[in-house]
Ligand binder design. Structure first.
Ligand code: NAD
Length: 367
């Protein structure tokens, strides 16, 4: 059988720096676990603009459509801030998400024990936290029509429309239930059915889809209460499914439960391809961090954890994903820290490459 294929788009700023460490991890799985990927690389964001005058070349888009998974670093930087909106680096990212129809955005919030004191919440509330927010990514109020700003009775009026079809709610719900089946078999759906018709439809459709997943325990929660519960007792959740707008806010809120931006991976999934794998793009939540670019200070863990998500959700390699996450957990427990993870007690931070080195050693030890 052909090796699974992976397109790496390292992008700008610290993107290529953190991606270098991921490439070493990919090589390790090839050499030590007989898990070889056909890896190709291309440009995105400012790097693509510098070469092609566009933030994503059509050929790159075609490649992204044909591979089993895309792994992206980060895009953007001050050099590109004054570019026309249509060619800004972020447009490359948006084009990938849109044309691959990546409608389910997975944002795990996982608190490694060794970093529990980095959270703004008390250690016992976040230690061991492992929840997943599934945000609908391609519809809802960010896309609904009518939208715009117009004049009414000499006053400016701003309009956006929350709009969901049942098909849009359903496909995201299926992705969320599938995930719950692979995890703790608990799903909490969040909307505002008390004040929004789209919320009533959301609740109805999720309840209907639940019939196909009788093993999953389903609950419903108003999104405002969900925000409160996320900071009061986040460990009550396993998988949360919510819309584009609420998901935007709730996933950022959940992310901060865990401390540093340098630790947060994400996945965006679409419909299954002919081989049964979902269209997929994996990327760290952080940006290109121009303030530390080229200094060897970037934490590669968010990008490495994004690859772990690819192992789990695109390549059915849950045990190898566990192995990689356990290696990261171990080095953190042993005290390995990049600069962003340094506490008030100080010490000498590891460089990006040194963090890659210790994770590779921990992987060797896992054999
Ligand atoms: P950022 O995420 O790049 O950086 C925010 C802060 O976190 C900075 O102080 C940075 O040094 C730090 N940081 C981020 N990732 C880190 C890591 N892996 N290790 C250590 N520290 C890390 O956000 P920003 O500064 O608002 O944006 C910078 C550029 O990135 C902008 O051009 C923005 O448009 C772009 N951006 C891109 C993405 C993406 O590619 N998905 C996401 C957000 C921002």
């Amino acid at each position: 059988m052909a090796n699974p294929s992976l397109l790496i788009l390292a992008g700008d700023g610290i993107g290529p720096e953190v991606m270098n460490e991921v490439k070493r991890i990919i090589d390790w799985f090839g050499a030590k676990r007989d898990l070889t990927f056909d890896v190709s690389e291309d440009l995105v964001g400012g790097a693509a603009y510098d070469k092609h005058g566009v933030p994503l070349h059509d050929d790159t888009m075609a490649k992204a459509q044909s591979v089993d998974a895309v792994l992206l670093g980060a895009v953007g930087g001050p050099k590109y801030d004054d570019l026309d909106f249509s060619v800004k680096p972020e447009r490359g990212l948006l084009r990938l998400r849109k044309e691959m129809d990546l409608f389910a955005n997975l944002r795990p919030a996982q608190c490694f024990d060794a970093l529990a004191d980095f959270s703004s919440l008390k250690r016992d509330i976040v230690a061991g936290l492992d929840i997943m927010i599934v945000r609908e990514l391609t519809s809802g109020v960010y896309f609904g029509e009518p939208r715009g700003i117009h004049m009414e009775d000499n006053l400016r009026v701003g309009i956006n429309t929350q709009r969901y079809t049942e098909a849009e709610i359903e496909r995201g719900a299926r992705a969320a239930f599938d995930l719950a089946m692979k995890r703790g078999k608990k799903l909490c759906s969040m909307e505002k059915a008390n004040v929004m018709e789209s919320g009533i439809l959301w609740r109805d459709v999720v309840t209907e889809v639940h019939r196909d997943y009788p093993e999953v325990e389903l609950s419903h929660m108003y999104a405002d209460n969900g925000a409160m519960q996320l900071v009061r007792a986040p460990k009550q959740f396993d998988v949360i499914y919510t819309d584009n707008l609420f998901g935007d806010i709730l996933s950022d809120c959940a992310a901060m439960l865990t401390g540093s931006l340098g630790m947060l991976p994400s996945a965006s999934l679409g419909l299954p391809m002919a081989n049964g794998r979902p269209k997929a793009m994996y990327e760290p939540v952080h940006g290109s961090a121009p303030d530390i670019t080229g200094q060897g200070k970037a934490n590669p863990i968010a990008c490495i954890l994004s690859f772990a998500m690819a192992l789990r959700y695109s390549f059915d390699q849950g045990a190898e994903a566990d192995r990689l996450e356990a290696a990261i957990e171990k080095v953190l427990a042993d005290g390995a820290r990049t600069a962003d993870l340094m506490g008030p007690e100080g010490g000498t931070p590891l460089s990006t490459t040194q963090m890659g080195d210790v994770i590779l050693s921990a992987l060797d030890e896992s054999l």
